[in-house]
Design a protein around this ligand. Structure first.
Ligand code: SF4
Length: 227
């Protein structure tokens, strides 16, 4: 495990639970709005934190921390992820995985071994814009679609979420919902790195999305000031 960041206590990353959050190093996407750009290079070990240090901290906080969120970067790129999660589960913590859904085999294996309690998958864009938003031309969209199906059919808590980045408008969210056949557990979240000029455009999109969400499209919002 190459762990680059650790948040000791979070009240927002695992619904209804107090969680610690770890950020793994390395990502196979290059999203234009990425807030964790320093985590993308898989060979960067400059801020490396030993898994043992995290387990030691969690042991001291047992009873105060309910869950551990494994985020990134892209956690499913980590070879020893299952071993690390098993240690968390053995110590009694709930585990949530944040993933971009590009490694369905790894995701399926974690679920098959009952290592996850919650999965959150990013849906970056409608299929026609996926490469543009992720900055990745060699992306296998079939892998993303496969992960969506795995998560839809899994028995654990899950959510799909899309960041309303500058490349996306309200129509793209509607297309995405159709492309991935999303009918529940879907969140549209704000883009923290959106420039001021583009915020106003997104505000109009937001108003349209709010109308749709009150009509027939089923999703909720996160991180917007006015919804
Ligand atoms: S998938 Fe996440 S970590 Fe990877 S580039 Fe996109 S926003 Fe950044």
């Amino acid at each position: 495990m190459n762990i680059a960041g650790f948040v000791k206590t979070s009240f927002v990353d695992y619904p209804g639970k107090i969680a610690s959050v770890i950020f793994t190093q390395g990502c196979n996407l290059r999203c234009s709005y990425c807030h964790n750009f320093s985590l993308i290079d898989k060979n960067d070990g400059s801020t490396s934190i030993l898994p043992e240090e995290i387990l030691k901290f969690l042991a001291k906080r047992k009873g105060m921390i309910d869950a551990v969120v494994v985020s990134g970067g892209e956690p499913t790129l980590q070879k020893n992820l299952a071993t690390f999660i098993r240690k968390l589960k053995y110590r009694g913590f709930l585990v949530k995985l944040d993933t971009n859904g590009t490694n369905p085999d790894h995701l399926r294996a974690l679920l098959d071994h009952n290592l996850l309690d919650f999965v959150a998958m990013d849906l970056k864009a409608p299929l026609s814009k996926y490469e543009q938003v992720t900055g990745t031309s060699c992306l296998g969209l079939s892998s993303v679609l496969e992960s969506v199906e795995i998560i839809k059919s899994c028995k654990i808590a899950h959510e799909f979420r899309t960041t309303l980045c500058p490349e996306l408008g309200a129509d793209d969210i509607a297309s995405l919902i159709i492309d991935f056949e999303i009918d529940a557990n879907y969140v549209v979240q704000s883009c923290r790195s959106t420039e001021r000029k583009k915020v106003s455009r997104n505000q109009q999109d937001l108003e349209r999305l709010t109308q749709w969400s009150q009509q027939n499209l089923s999703f909720s919002f996160r991180g917007f000031e006015v919804v």
